[in-house]
Design a protein around this ligand. Structure first.
Ligand code: NCD
Ligand code: ZN
Length: 344
């Protein structure tokens, strides 16, 4: 197969940032994806429905003419979020989920939840009203090894959470381990997971062997080869609860190449093409449309796109950098090639 046609895909986990950075990165996503679940970890975070409405308006204002793209907004859950904010979120038709960052887990998560018991009433309201909870699934205790933080979250936090709120729809975001893939596969129909392209393509050796590559540092951190293979099996398999979420997360080059570099990989410039590589390598190109275009809408209760995109096998070289306001971002595969191209 040298070309493949799929319904226009959606990105179920994306960081668009704000201001100049938003203007710089939005076109890469909007050219490829019809919709994206937009993460709320701005500074300050998107906490209320009013914040989300204002952010949505800034995104639409930054959208270049001629691109048809719908931002699906999320709220950032804090210890102080109240159940009536959930009522307002459901009444506003542009909020599609509530993001839970354990405090301190990742970039801009300082206002996150310090103790999940504190948001129990909010989660109960979400379960009642059917609003999905999007989880950054890592424990944050300093004494837990960084490579174990996702696995520890499953039994320590997620299991009891699902027990307390059996009706709650939950997306375990950017899963990185075989353990998480197994956990989701054996979980209830209300539990789903997104998988990034970079976690499907590389393991931690790519980041740490033969030199440290800060542009591959993201959270949850890259894991072992057997984990990567388990993620590929989940993505290309027939369980409809695994779907595409790039977690494209731009940072200025200087913020990554630093004594204390930020977490996040920028992949939006090849946001669907990189997944085509994964599915081709797994001999599963015919499943790409399910993973990228059909399963996410089914979980979120939205229609599948009624337009299509075509990908062709034609390699292209990724630039070393892209502008990011006054600075620049180094994209995934910088200077290397991507095997598939989106036909415009
Ligand atoms: C994300 C970011 O930069 O906002 N970073 C990352 O490593 N993925 C935050 C997140 O999703 O964890
Ligand atoms: Zn993210």
């Amino acid at each position: 197969m040298d070309t493949i046609k799929i319904p226009r895909p959606d990105d179920w986990h994306l960081h668009l940032r704000d201001g100049e950075a938003l203007k710089a990165v939005l076109p890469y996503t909007a050219r490829r994806f019809g919709r994206a679940i937009v993460m709320p970890n701005l500074k300050p975070p998107v906490v209320t429905v009013a914040d989300a409405a204002a952010y949505r308006a800034r995104i639409l204002a930054a959208l270049p003419d001629g691109l048809d793209f719908t931002p699906l907004m999320t709220l950032y859950l804090t210890d102080n979020t109240r159940p009536d904010e959930i009522d307002r979120a459901v009444a506003a038709d542009f909020v599609h989920g509530v993001k839970l960052y354990p405090a301190g887990a990742t970039t801009n998560s300082d206002s996150g939840v310090t103790d999940i018991g504190k948001v129990d009433a909010v989660l109960g309201r979400m379960a009642e009203l059917g609003l999905p909870l999007l989880l950054h699934g890592e424990v944050t205790h300093g004494d837990v090894d960084i490579f174990e933080r996702e696995a520890r979250f499953l039994d320590g936090v997620l299991s009891p959470l699902l027990g307390r709120h059996p009706g709650l729809r939950v997306v375990l975001e950017h899963i990185t381990t075989a353990a998480a893939a197994r956990f989701v596969a054996s979980g209830p129909p209300t539990l789903a997971a997104t998988i990034t392209a970079h976690h499907l393509l590389v393991n931690r050796n790519a980041m740490l062997a033969g030199g440290i590559r800060p542009h591959l540092y993201c959270l949850p951190i890259l894991k072992r080869e057997e984990d990567r293979q388990a993620l590929v099996s989940a993505a290309t398999g027939d369980d409809a609860r695994f779907f595409l979420g790039t977690d494209s997360a731009p940072h200025a080059i200087g913020a990554k190449e630093s004594a204390c570099g930020c977490a996040g990989c920028f992949t939006a410039h090849a946001g669907i093409e990189l997944y085509a590589e994964v599915f081709e390598a797994a001999g599963a190109l015919e499943r790409l449309g399910d993973f990228a275009s059909r399963r996410g809408p089914a979980f979120y209760g939205l229609p599948v796109a009624d337009t299509e995109v075509t990908l062709e096998r034609q390699s292209w070289t990724v630039p070393d950098r892209f502008p990011l306001g006054q600075t620049a971002v180094r994209p995934f595969r910088a200077g290397g090639t991507v095997a598939w191209r989106l036909r415009s």
